[in-house]
Write a protein that binds this ligand. Structure first.
Ligand code: NIG
Ligand code: FE
Length: 413
């Protein structure tokens, strides 16, 4: 049985014997061991403790890696991405620099519709190759688990093609991957005046095939002015739930229109974005079981106000952090940058950000039994940092690459 012992770990972060979704004050408690050892057996975490305790370990692995000065953290759990897409959209990026808004671009057939046109013209194999490269890129940046959405098909064929690409990624990658059906990302041009027609297509054409081929774990809707109303969101989610797909929803990105209340009633696993929040919205989500997933790089890229992380945490919310990796609002899948932004712009403490990007991110994908912390029996998905003076140095030195190596399921990338 291949096993490996790390010794003299400067700091082993997020060591937990039990799983707990972290909300409010608990987010600031990040259990760590200084001067630690860690044993990996096959693809799992087998044992850990202080260097002083190592002498009492009976069967020590023969392979020893002395990593004095370096830290080990659980790999990032990125619980919200749109990583499968056909093409980048830097032309719209220029339009936005010149003054166009996200809504202006969408209204002119750009945005999601632009991505959908290109996706429908691209083969499944070509999409797979593009997505595979992105997956390799984000894993090198420390991501070990990721949620990926459809939503750039907007036709039955296009949506199924995207979900089949995600299924192939799941089969081939060592990363843990969850698939979310986002057929309700926007209304395709032909259905602008016929919302019910497109909703019928989602419910009667797409969902039955998705369920039969087991192509999705969750259902998502872009609940937003000019996209899907809260009532339409409910109809689509109830249909998804009848096939066993729990909701993870896009709400309160541009407007507060009741998506939070709807999502909580639908028992959404997570309610994501949250740039535009009323005091009521903050209170509601904080006293609910839904995780609030904050996507600061989307707020940054669209020059929107950052999510009110402090108010949410102070009100007792369970918060996760994710990249929203997509060509329109966050062309980056870099969780390190997301963590830095959450500390710099949203005043999250480094401990809160790391918890939100690991154990709470795992909860937002229902992967907490196998990932998200340094826990005996969990998968050996770890980040080995370069020598760093402290944990806070990681978000502080934003933009620096502080990752030495990444291990996924016991194997170095
Ligand atoms: O999460 N807001 C909706 N969907 C994506 C952006 C989609 C796009 O612009 O391509 C998001 O920001
Ligand atoms: Fe998104």
């Amino acid at each position: 049985m291949p096993s490996l012992l790390f010794t003299n770990i400067k700091l082993l972060a997020n060591t937990r014997s039990e799983n707990q979704l972290l909300r409010g004050k608990a987010l600031a408690e990040l259990p760590c061991i200084e001067n630690a050892y860690l044993i990996i057996e096959d693809e799992h975490i087998a044992q850990y403790g202080t260097m002083d305790e190592l002498s009492s370990v009976s069967h020590k692995p023969q392979t020893v890696d002395d990593i004095a000065g370096q830290m080990i953290l659980p790999a990032w759990c990125d619980s919200h991405t749109h990583l499968v897409f056909a093409a980048s959209r830097e032309n719209e990026f220029i339009d936005k620099i010149k003054g166009a808004s996200y809504a202006d671009i969408a209204a002119k057939g750009g945005g999601i519709l632009n991505s959908a046109k290109k996706l429908n013209e691209t083969t499944e194999d070509a999409l797979f190759d593009l997505a595979w490269k992105r997956l390799e890129e984000v894993s090198r940046m420390g991501t070990g688990a990721i949620e990926i959405k459809s939503g750039y098909g907007l036709t039955t064929d296009g949506e199924l093609k995207m979900l089949r690409v995600i299924k192939r990624l799941k089969e081939r990658s060592h990363l843990s991957i969850k698939a979310t059906f986002l057929g309700a990302h926007t209304y395709p041009a032909g259905y602008k005046e016929d919302h019910q027609g497109y909703i019928d297509c989602i419910i009667n054409e797409m969902l039955p095939v998705i369920a039969k081929e087991k192509l999705a774990d969750y259902i998502d809707v872009f609940c937003e002015t000019g996209f899907f109303s809260p009532v339409e969101t409910e109809t689509i989610c109830r249909a998804g739930k009848s096939y066993g797909l729990k909701p993870k929803l896009h709400v309160n990105q541009l407007n507060s229109i009741g998506g939070i209340e709807k999502g909580i009633n639908l028992k959404a696993i997570s309610l994501d974005h949250l740039e535009t929040m009323t005091i009521d919205d903050i209170e509601r989500i904080s006293s609910s079981d839904s995780i609030g997933t904050l996507l600061p790089s989307a707020a940054f890229f669209l020059r929107m106000p950052f999510q009110p992380a402090r108010a949410l945490i102070d009100a007792g919310a369970a918060i996760a952090l994710a990249t929203d990796y997509n060509p329109g609002s966050s062309p980056s899948g870099n969780m390190n940058l997301v963590i830095a932004m959450s500390c710099i712009q949203m005043k999250m403490l480094p401990e809160e950000a790391i918890n939100a990007a690991t154990i709470n991110g795992a909860y937002a994908m229902e992967l907490q039994q196998e990932l998200g912390s340094i826990t005996i029996g969990k998968k050996a998905n770890i980040i080995l940092t370069k020598p760093v003076p402290s944990l806070a140095y990681i978000p502080y030195s934003f933009g620096s690459d502080l990752i030495d190596k990444v291990m996924i399921r016991g194997k170095w990338l």
